[in-house]
Design a protein around this ligand. Structure first.
Ligand code: SAM
Length: 327
């Protein structure tokens, strides 16, 4: 059986990460970031390795010529090894954004942003899987920025962007602290859902809870809107219950003031193990002069993505909406 380019790269990442994990006595994901960096730099950067290990690694790297692989082949192989590593210690809020969601977000960004060059921010960039899935679909000049609080995830994102040759500006910090970035035309984010423990910081937000801890996902929305230009678009992966929590009235008020809801796409529940964990893609536009709401928001209930016929119908519906509202 012939192995695909993605399988070939997966094997390289996996085998070299296992060697480094053992020699450096670190986790698989840490070793994966190290091997990715070696591959990108074209040299073995870890000084503490034995001669024999250096030889074994060199032999493996020499068999691969990165320039022969497409960005999507690199991204998919890297995503698969990360998934393997995440199985060792999963944290629900660290999960990578799945391809199907990334593809839809990419499609939407491409449709809403007509300009040939723009700035794109992902304030919860994680491993960079969502961001690079979107970048790989855009045939435009995009300057992108990613922010992530977790040291290891941002390292994985940095290696991911390097291997795919995407010049992403990355910041390793809490996104709800002040961000030193120029305003962007678009934001994408698979929002971390839950309480934000820092009440002092939360006090700086209109969407802070009246009592107790605030919702991180609400504050993320406000922070993203702050950093978006008037008329810019925001694409959030949100929990389906966003508008039903006890803090939802505040969120609705804030939306009325600051943004236009352009669309809401409910992802198929079959994508989620637990129905209560199901998510949607929310599309907002920041208010501003000459920014008009659509005649009707784009409301879509996505069918199971495995049903090609159903999916075709939805795509036709969406294309029609774009012609009528964004033509
Ligand atoms: N789209 C990402 C990907 O494809 O890998 C996954 C995003 S994941 C659902 C949410 C991310 O938000 C996690 O990586 C988490 O570490 C990050 N996060 C949570 N709270 C944060 C904060 N206050 N500032 C920055 N990042 C944060």
């Amino acid at each position: 059986m012939k192995i695909t380019p993605t399988e070939q790269l997966f094997t390289l990442f996996n085998e070299t990460a296992l060697i480094l994990q053992e020699e450096l006595d670190c986790t698989y994901l840490e070793a994966l970031a190290e091997t990715g960096e070696n591959l990108f730099q074209g040299s073995i950067l870890q000084e503490e390795l034995s001669e024999l290990t250096v030889k074994r690694l060199k032999k493996q790297y020499e068999e691969i010529h990165l320039q022969k692989f497409s960005n999507e082949e690199i991204r998919k192989a890297y995503q698969l090894v990360i998934l393997k590593g995440m199985k060792e210690n999963v944290q629900p809020n660290h999960q990578m954004t799945p391809d199907t969601v990334g593809m839809l977000v990419g499609y939407l960004v491409d449709k809403f942003l007509k300009q040939s060059s723009f700035r794109l921010l992902d304030p919860a960039v994680g491993t960079g899987n969502l961001l690079t899935t979107v970048l790989n679909q855009l045939n435009k000049n995009v300057a992108s920025i990613g922010v992530e609080i977790d040291d290891l995830l941002i390292k994985l994102a940095y290696v991911n962007a390097n291997l795919q040759e995407h010049p992403v500006q990355l910041f390793n910090q809490d996104s709800l602290e002040p961000l030193f970035i120029d305003p962007v035309e678009a934001v994408i984010a698979d929002l971390p859902v839950g309480f934000y423990p820092n009440d002092v910081r939360a006090a700086d937000y209109q969407l802070k809870a009246k009592e107790g801890h605030s919702f991180a996902h609400h504050l993320f929305i406000e922070q993203s809107v702050r950093h978006t230009k008037s008329g810019g678009y925001l694409f959030f992966i949100i929990p389906n219950g966003l508008f039903e929590s006890e803090q939802a009235p505040q969120l609705r008020e804030y939306f009325k003031d600051q943004v236009i809801i352009q669309g809401l796409l409910q992802l198929p529940t079959s994508m989620f193990k637990n129905k209560n964990a199901a998510k949607s893609i929310l599309i907002l536009q920041k208010k501003g002069e000459d920014v008009e709401p659509p005649k009707q928001a784009l409301l879509v209930d996505l069918p199971s993505l495995s049903s090609a016929a159903e999916m075709d119908k939805i795509l036709i519906k969406m294309e029609k909406w774009f012609q009528e509202n964004k033509g």
